[in-house]
Design a protein around this ligand. Structure first.
Ligand code: GLN
Length: 220
């Protein structure tokens, strides 16, 4: 692989798993909680606030928060196309809650003109659980991660449609009796409706770090 230089002259970390450096998109939302979860797993973590900082990381977490605000701010700092490019280049990206909405190719109940970064072939309904309960916790059984994961949902989206290449890792039964996916993976993209960063259970972050390591070795 070619080693690019970012504008600050630092080597591009992509391609070397020993140099795994995970960024957390730090425009709005629960950035600190994701940084704490990742730091406790002994990986290098840094905030990503602009295109220059994005180029210094080889995996990215998009936090929970407010998807409309995050996409508006990403647009303002010129991060939308670099983020799409980052995904297209095969980097691992994990979005929780608002982050899940931002990774969806299609959203329902978005604000007029709400833009997503996309990449994950799925349709996500914003604030989907709002009609039953705004916030709740439930124990989830997550494929490849484990059971009894205490999942915290806060004005959360759910997934209404997944493409053929999307794997559903966890679902929740809603009031109407139908199952809706709440955690999905497509290649090196991972998304959850819930907030593992708000608990002390680091299994989802650990899973993402392993994913990010294999993404970097595939790229090298
Ligand atoms: N409802 C929020 C949105 O649309 C997501 C909520 C969250 O991230 N906790 O962005």
């Amino acid at each position: 692989m070619t080693h690019c230089q970012n504008p600050k002259g630092l080597p591009d970390a992509a391609g070397d798993s020993s140099m795994l450096r995970v960024g957390v998109l730090a425009l709005q939302g629960d950035v600190r909680e994701h940084i704490n979860s990742l730091t406790s797993l002994n990986v290098a973590v840094q905030k990503v606030r602009n295109p220059e900082e994005l180029i210094t990381v080889n995996a990215l977490v998009i936090p929970g928060g407010e998807s409309t605000t995050i996409s508006m701010l990403a647009n303002r700092v010129g991060l939308i196309s670099p983020l799409r490019e980052f995904i297209k280049n095969g980097h691992a990206v994990y979005g929780s809650c608002a982050g899940m909405i931002l990774l969806a190719d299609e959203i329902l109940d978005g604000k007029a003109g709400q833009e997503t970064i996309g990449g994950l072939d799925m349709t996500v309904r914003r604030n989907a659980f709002g009609r039953q309960v705004d916030s709740f916790e439930t124990d989830l059984n997550i494929k490849d991660i484990g059971d009894a994961f205490k999942a915290v949902f806060i004005r959360a989206p759910w997934v209404e449609r997944v493409g053929a290449n999307v794997e559903v890792l966890a679902s929740v039964k809603t009031d109407s009796g139908s199952d809706h996916p709440v955690m999905v993976r497509q290649g090196f993209l991972l998304a959850s409706s819930f907030h593992p960063e708000l608990t002390n259970d680091n299994r989802v972050h650990q899973y993402f770090v392993e994913m990010a390591k294999s993404a970097t070795s595939v790229k090298s």
